[in-house]
Ligand binder design. Structure first.
Ligand code: G3I
Length: 393
């Protein structure tokens, strides 16, 4: 793009932001800060060129990496072109709902005494049929617990209930699972505890030993799976996320002191451009600290929320792609990072449309493929990050 196009690009971009700003009565300083951040992320000249001919999983594999995506049975079974795109691009599949206690239309544990594996088995079969690695997400989480949990679980039966869950679910898929998110999102410094732990039903029912217990039960039920602690908001240079990174490192140290069988950290990487500052050296330091403990790292749920970005799809897609490439090129420099998983593959099926809808009601575009399964610049950005990544030793 020449200088003139670049200026026009910038002008129409600023116009987009300006008109958005006038829609709100008073531009708050937060909005001004965010607009400034977003402008800094927009580069009409940035090059997202790729060599053609390789899928994301092939590009990742060349570097000894895994690329995968989360998906739901309901979407895979109802949309053949989506299923084909998942098979073509992904060497790993993460059931977005089906391995949780309950989520969406899938309920793995309909009652304390009953399991329903129909949806989870369907996903496991899909992965096996298409030679995909399978991830288990998740065993211990404060969210997505069935209604009966509140009324039926107490401090006397909680350990037994968790033990039954892990033994039944993990043993059923033992040998077929690459990695389990054993414990999900256990840190929340805002909850006010000195250790930064989230106050969850599990903590309240079982006490601070619950994380160790969950990892031990999982290791016993599937000695082959990589056991992961998974969390979000570990990416940005803010005091809150810095505190969270520190609390996660303390948790990992504590687990290692107890010789808890934990093998990896999952960094969800739900990114929100505009809202926070990305500082590659802060993130590198965290990755290095985790790697120094002998742990692997997986990027487990990456997507780029476009809530704050301009309406113009071309501008928006460029910013999103830049965010993908900047983030992934930073994390893939760290040898301990073994996998990149996006939280969905196509914009057609993204949790962002429910949880982070845009105020202009334009469809969200957080993922590598558009709603028609066509690759966007974000796809190129991920491809480029794999192409430029150092090979794993
Ligand atoms: O679709 C209905 C919607 O019509 C209705 O208005 C709404 C009311 O609650 O429910 C909607 O379904 C929800 C669905 O998300 C929509 O995306 C389900 O109830 C809900 O269970 C499901 O939420 C899932 C959520 O985890 C809780 O399990 C999301 O799909 C899933 O993407 C999300 O994934 C989590 C990871 O597991 C952990 N990390 C964060 C990530 C995003 O929140």
């Amino acid at each position: 793009m020449n200088q003139r196009h670049r200026l026009i690009g910038r002008r129409s971009f600023l116009f987009g932001l300006g008109s958005l700003a006038t829609m709100s009565a008073v531009a708050t300083s937060k909005a001004a800060y965010e607009n400034q951040q977003i402008q800094a992320l927009y580069d009409p000249d940035r090059n997202f060129i790729i060599t053609e001919g390789f899928s994301l999983k092939e590009r990742a594999a060349k570097k000894g990496l895994i690329y995968g995506a989360a998906a739901r049975q309901i979407d895979l079974s109802s949309n053949a072109s989506y299923a084909a795109a998942i098979v073509q691009n992904c060497s790993m599949l993460v059931p977005e709902w089906e391995f949780k206690w309950t989520a969406g239309n899938a309920t793995l544990r309909p009652s304390p005494d009953r399991f329903d594996f129909s949806a989870a088995d369907w996903m496991a079969n899909f992965a096996a049929t298409h030679d995909q690695l399978l991830r288990g997400h998740t065993l211990v989480w404060h969210d997505s617990l069935p209604e009966w949990f509140k009324t039926s679980v107490n401090s006397r039966n909680a350990a037994q209930l968790l033990e039954k869950h892990i033994q039944t679910v993990v043993k059923r898929y033992a040998g077929k699972i690459h990695s389990w998110d054993v414990v999900n999102e256990a840190i929340r410094t805002e909850d006010g505890r000195n250790d930064g732990w989230r106050i969850t039903p599990w903590l309240e029912l079982l006490g601070p030993n619950y994380i160790d217990l969950a990892f031990r039960l999982t290791a016993a039920a599937d000695p082959q799976a990589l056991l992961v602690y998974n969390d979000f908001d570990l990416d940005y240079d803010t005091p809150e996320q810095e505190a969270k990174r520190t609390a996660v490192l303390k948790l990992l140290e504590r687990l290692q002191t107890k010789r808890t069988p934990i093998h990896a950290v999952g960094i969800q990487a739900h990114l929100f451009p505009g809202e926070n500052k990305f500082n590659p050296s802060k993130l590198r330091k965290f990755l290095h600290d985790v790697a120094s403990m002998g742990l692997k790292i997986m990027i487990t749920e990456m997507d780029v929320a476009d809530k704050k970005l301009p309406t113009d799809v071309k501008v928006r897609d460029r910013i999103i792609a830049g965010v993908y490439e900047d983030y992934l090129s930073t994390v893939l420099d760290e040898q301990a990072v073994i996998a990149v998983i996006t939280w969905g593959l196509s914009d057609r099926y993204s949790y962002v449309s429910q949880s982070q809808p845009r105020s202009d009601r334009a469809p969200v575009r957080p993922l590598p493929l558009d709603a028609q399964m066509q690759p966007k610049l974000a796809w190129n950005a991920i491809a480029r990050a794999f192409d430029h990544a150092p090979r794993r030793n």
